[in-house]
Write a protein that binds this ligand. Structure first.
Ligand code: SF4
Length: 350
């Protein structure tokens, strides 16, 4: 039995929280041009043939069967016969596989969720994606939710009919990096997608029946774009009205073009106080029924008594019911920041 399979590095934090199986259907990012992003820099994009991905599913199923986590038809594999130790003794190379720990954690947590890697699984041909999804669902009947990253540009170009076919085959949730709804800032950071495409992608994904998480990046435009970033991001999100709005504050990553621009003083960053004022502006304009989440350590602003302003929950705050509450939390952060006249951004303060 071949137990080898491939795993990528990245997945949304919420998929880590639910111990998702990471199944790599493409490698890296087909766009790879956003000036703020260092995730796949220097790495070539490629699609994986469905048979190769199905081979990975078989390998993972083989591990699950050997450990008795799923039933086996093979008489040589009695359920629960092997332990992780005996499996490692049999195939020592498994021990050096970065994916083994992930698979063991997934099995331990009940094999309920899976995440398709890497940056844009929707780019593969619809019939191939459908084939992979059906095979995954058939192999692991315990799976309740399958999710993936998707580029808005790709989503906007896919037909509704194709998106519905992918949804029917078993992909439930899409994670889309909106970053900003501001047309000028989208161009400046080379996101490769227009405001209109972002909106079309989001509304189409919802119409196809996907649960939709949109990620935005407070502080991305620095001092120059802050007002239009806040206003136009809210404008786009108000039309899309995704199920989740997730905040990922901008952090200049070494090795990226935007990091260099910051270093050279060409991209003046917001102070923590200005970040909160931008948040206040964006949240103030939001008219959605989404869950607004600050589920990442980058959302750190101290409140009273030094406790974080926001909870880092994956389910966040239900809008519009909690909108005033969130605005109140932002005010708390603002009043704390006003007592600290100037300081480093939150990611340096920790
Ligand atoms: S599309 Fe996503 S993964 Fe690709 S470069 Fe842009 S932010 Fe990074």
């Amino acid at each position: 039995m071949d137990y080898s399979f491939e795993t990528g590095v990245y997945r949304p934090p919420s998929e880590g929280g639910s111990s998702s199986l990471l199944l790599r259907v493409t490698r890296n990012c087909p766009w790879n041009n956003c000036t703020f992003c260092g995730m796949y820099k220097g790495k070539r994009f490629s699609k994986r043939p469905p048979d190769e991905v199905k081979g990975d599913i078989d390998a993972i199923a083989g591990i699950a069967r050997s450990l008795g986590a799923i039933p086996s038809d093979e008489p040589s594999i009695a359920p629960g016969k092997k332990t992780v130790e005996s499996l490692l003794k049999e195939i020592p190379s498994l021990g050096s596989s970065i994916g083994l720990g992930m698979v063991l954690e997934w099995i331990h947590s009940g094999m309920k969720t899976a995440f398709l890697q890497d940056a844009n699984s929707l780019i593969i041909e619809t019939d191939e994606l459908v084939e992979i999804l059906l095979y995954l669902r058939k192999t692991f009947s315990s799976i309740e939710r399958v999710t993936s990253y998707a580029r808005a540009r790709t989503l906007s170009k896919k037909s509704l009919e194709h998106l519905k076919a992918v949804k029917r085959a078993g992909l439930d949730r899409l994670h889309v990096g909106l970053e900003t709804g501001d047309p000028e800032l989208l161009k400046a950071v080379r996101k490769g997608v227009s405001h209109e495409d972002q909106v079309l992608a989001g509304t189409k994904a919802k119409e196809a029946g996907f649960q939709l998480s949109e990620y935005w990046m407070p502080g991305l435009g620095g001092k120059r774009f802050t007002k239009q970033h806040a206003e136009n991001t809210a404008k786009a999100l108000n039309i899309i009205n995704p199920h989740y709005i997730r905040s990922r504050p901008f952090f200049p990553h070494p090795g990226t073009p935007l990091y260099l621009a910051v270093q050279k003083g060409e991209w003046p960053l917001l102070s923590p106080l200005e970040q909160l004022l931008e948040l206040k502006e964006m949240i103030g304009h939001l008219q959605v029924t989404s869950k607004v989440c600050f589920d990442h350590a980058g959302n750190y602003w101290p409140g009273f008594k030094g406790r974080p302003v926001f909870k880092h929950s994956y389910e966040g705050y239900q809008f519009p019911e909690k909108k005033d509450h969130v605005l109140g939390l932002i005010e708390e952060g603002i009043s704390v920041q006003k007592q600290i006249p100037s300081g480093p951004p939150p990611w340096l303060a920790r």
